[in-house]
Structure formats: C-alpha cells, structure tokens
Design a protein around this ligand. Structure first.
Ligand code: NIG
Ligand code: FE
Length: 431
C-alpha cells in the first residue's frame, strides 16, 4: 500500500555505519529458506549500509562504504547513524496480524486463568464473537487510528512490513470498513502494510446454524467487493473445528482465486486438517500448524507455501505444547515466524518476543528465528523480491538493535532493544 508523505521524504540518504554485525540474510539459492539454509545470515562484521530514495544502495564494510565517491561528495546531505556496538538487520516482516479490533478481551483472559480453554470460552459467548459489536459500531477513523497506533508500536520494535487482517466485523459493511481502515492507516505510516480479508474468521451469531449462507456472503459479496475496490491482496480462512470446514475453505479459496486474490489460512491451530488438497490454490502460507500430519509435512517440503508459526498464541493461551518447528524445518518446510497480534490469543506486537519463544519453546536457533522473522516472512507475503534481506536494490527496511551479537535479540526477552527503524528509507527513532 502506498504512502505519499513517505514517498517525498524517502529521497533522503541514510548511512548506517560501524555496525558490530550486519545480518544481510543474503543467500546464493533462490526461494524461501529451508533446512540448513534457514540459519545462513551472511553476516558482515564492522559493516555499513547506504540507503537512498527508499532503496538500499550498498552494503559492505564501513571502510568500503567510506571509499564511495558519491558518499564522499554528498556526505553533508547524508543522515548518518553510528551503529558501533549495535546489530543491523532487515526490518521484521510480521506476516500475520489482526490489528482491527477495539477492546482487549480481559474477561476471556481471567476465565482462562481460572482454567477455561479457548474453545470453552468461545462456545460460552466469549472469543472472536465477543469482539464483533465494538468493531461493527466503530467509525472508520477510530479503527484507522487504532491500526496506525499498532503499526507505529510495531515499527518501534523493529517491524517494517505488516500483514493486517480484517475479521472482527463479519458483515459486508464492517469487513470493508476494517479493510479501508487498514488502507488509511497504511497511507500515513512509512512502512509497508499488506491487507488480508478474513471475513471467514468465525460464523457470526446471526448466521448460527446457517454457516453455508454465511460462506455464500463471503464468496459472493465480501471477496468480490474487496477485490474490486482493491482493499485486500489476500483472503484468509480460519479452517478448524468451531470455525470453517475444509469444504467451506476450498469454496472460499476458489472464490478468492476467481476474483484474482491470493490465499492463506489458519490451519491446524486446534485440530488437524488434511492440507494436500489445498495446495492446488498455491496458498502463500498455512499459519499456526500446531497439528499437521507426516504426509502433509512431506508435501509442504516440496512446495513454496510457508508454514507461519505464531508461538505468542501458545504462550498467551498457556498451552503446554508449541508447534513442532524442528520437525518442519528438518523436513525442508519453509518456516516463518509472526506475532499473530490479536486481542484473543496473542496481544503482542513484538517480533523479538515471538523469536524468543521460538528459541526457548520450539528449539529454533537464534539464527533460524531471525531468518524466519525476516526473509521467510517476506516469502509468506510474496514480497521477497523487495523485502526481508539487506541487498542493493531492495527496499530500505532496516532495524538497529542495541546489542553486540544478534543472538541477544531473542535472548533479552520482554525488553525492546530496537533503537532505530528505517522504513522505506525513512528513519523512525525508538529513542
Ligand atoms: O490466530 N484462530 C483464529 N484467529 C486468531 C484468534 C482470534 C481471537 O481469538 O480473537 C488466532 O489465534
Ligand atoms: Fe491469527
């Protein structure tokens, strides 16, 4: 999504110099990172990155950067950031968030502490359905302000690209309003937002017992309008017990495809669904993936559909088990990490927190967590030609962390060590 203010201001040149480490994430082989390639960060010690007009111009050692003739001539016009003692990496690509909600779900929070499960709370009238009224009644401006606050908070924590879903309105009008709020927030934020229609989040109360009628509304009205009005790039479905069936998900994917929208889905969060039949729709990602069969793991290893793991949800629901990242990575499935920012299961905007959980509870190495949060997130959004690594010609999306060694990013959990974020060439300071 575009940003006029950002476009004019991005003509400034920015030099990040003297970094302890620059994690370029460059790789010789094309495609999403799998298996051993997931831990290749291609680190430059004592590095510098030069950005101009919103793009990365060069990356190398600081010595090399300072020999650049253009830089020598134009040094006075360049904004310089001394990154001594710091790590520079590609801005995080948070490829799964639900930021269009109004209220935190504090009653659900307390009920879970008292022992109720996510599904018990949902069937007793809490859960996603309890977030709908407030979104249905909120003016677009209020929703856009809320989303913009989340985007800014994310940027302060090192995120430069965000996938943002609708899904808490679940009427034609409120889903389109939610998507328009994402568009409006994106237009005043220098980062990059990718909008996803999640009209198929759950069946709303007024369609209870008539879920097929609701699926028709999603397929024949929501998807065509979102596509025609260019409000979404992706269509998502919560395919699980208590939400939408595999047959309904196929129907929704087919409608998305017919309207020129790409697809992704919440899969295997609460129960296992057979994934292979969906691969003909070339989904950009399957998200959660707590439950997945061996034969589907083998299928996914041969495809570019990314398994996006969201350990914040397991943490916040107080679950003992986490998605089996090792099994997926070791089989060759491309794995991404995302926050799943939402009021019910994962109220965090912090990618560093998601990475920390991936290291401590899913046995991903810090290097794997970094690649999953950057370049593979970019693959999950089909933006890897522009995002996710520090290479000349790519968008100038960078995060600077006040740590000497990248392994400290997931190590210092619960603290924000991000000092600067560059979003499409525009500097946002976390100081
Ligand atoms: O990704 N599972 C579906 N959607 C969200 C939860 C949404 C909510 O509880 O509000 C998730 O966990
Ligand atoms: Fe989600």
């Amino acid at each position: 999504m575009g940003n006029d203010r950002a476009k004019t201001r991005s003509h400034q040149a920015v030099l990040l110099a003297n970094a302890s480490q620059i994690l370029t994430l460059w790789a010789p082989s094309p495609g999403p990172r799998r298996g051993p390639a997931l831990k290749e960060l291609s680190i430059i010690i004592g590095g510098a990155v030069l950005c101009f007009a919103g793009k990365i111009v060069s990356v190398g050692t600081t010595k090399e950067a300072l020999r650049d003739l253009w830089l020598k001539k134009n040094r006075k016009t360049v904004t310089e950031i001394d990154c001594a003692g710091k790590v520079v990496l590609p801005g995080f690509v948070d490829s799964h968030t639900h930021p269009v909600f109004v209220n935190p779900r504090l009653v659900d929070f307390e009920k879970r502490i008292e022992g109720a499960s996510y599904e018990q709370i949902a069937s007793a009238g809490g859960g996603i359905r309890s977030s709908l009224d407030a979104v249905r009644n909120a003016p677009k401006k209020q929703l856009a302000d809320t989303v913009l606050t989340a985007f800014r908070d994310m940027a302060a924590h090192g995120t430069t690209t965000v996938e943002a879903k609708s899904g808490y309105g679940l009427t034609l009008e409120s889903e389109l309003r939610s998507l328009a709020a994402i568009r409006d927030a994106a237009s005043t934020w220098p980062g990059t937002a990718v909008a996803t229609l999640l009209g198929a989040h759950v069946v709303p109360q007024e369609f209870q017992g008539r879920s097929q009628k609701y699926v028709e509304l999603v397929c024949t009205e929501m998807i065509p309008r979102a596509a025609r009005e260019k409000l979404a790039q992706f269509v998502d479905v919560f395919c699980d017990k208590g939400a939408f069936s595999p047959a309904q998900t196929e129907q929704i994917f087919a409608a998305a495809q017919a309207n020129g929208l790409a697809v992704r889905a919440h899969m295997g969060q609460l129960s296992e669904t057979t994934l292979a039949p969906f691969l003909r729709f070339k989904p950009a990602s399957f998200d959660h993936m707590d439950h997945v069969s061996d034969s589907d793991v083998q299928q996914l290893a041969k495809n570019d559909t990314v398994a996006t793991l969201v350990p914040g949800a397991n943490y916040f629901l107080g679950l003992k088990d986490y998605p089996n990242a090792r099994r997926l990575i070791d089989a060759g499935v491309p794995v991404a990490l995302a926050t799943d920012y939402n009021p019910g299961t994962s109220p965090t905007i912090s990618m560093a927190m998601a990475m920390s959980l991936a290291c401590t509870h899913m046995k991903m190495s810090p290097a794997e967590a970094i690649a999953a949060a950057t370049i593979n997130g970019a693959w999950a959004l089909r933006l890897a030609d522009r995002k996710g690594s520090i290479e000349p010609g790519k968008d100038a999306d960078l995060a600077v962390f006040a740590v000497n060694d990248y392994r400290e990013i997931p190590y210092w959990f619960g603290a924000n060590r991000c000092t600067h974020t560059i979003l499409n060439g525009i500097l946002a300071s976390g100081d």
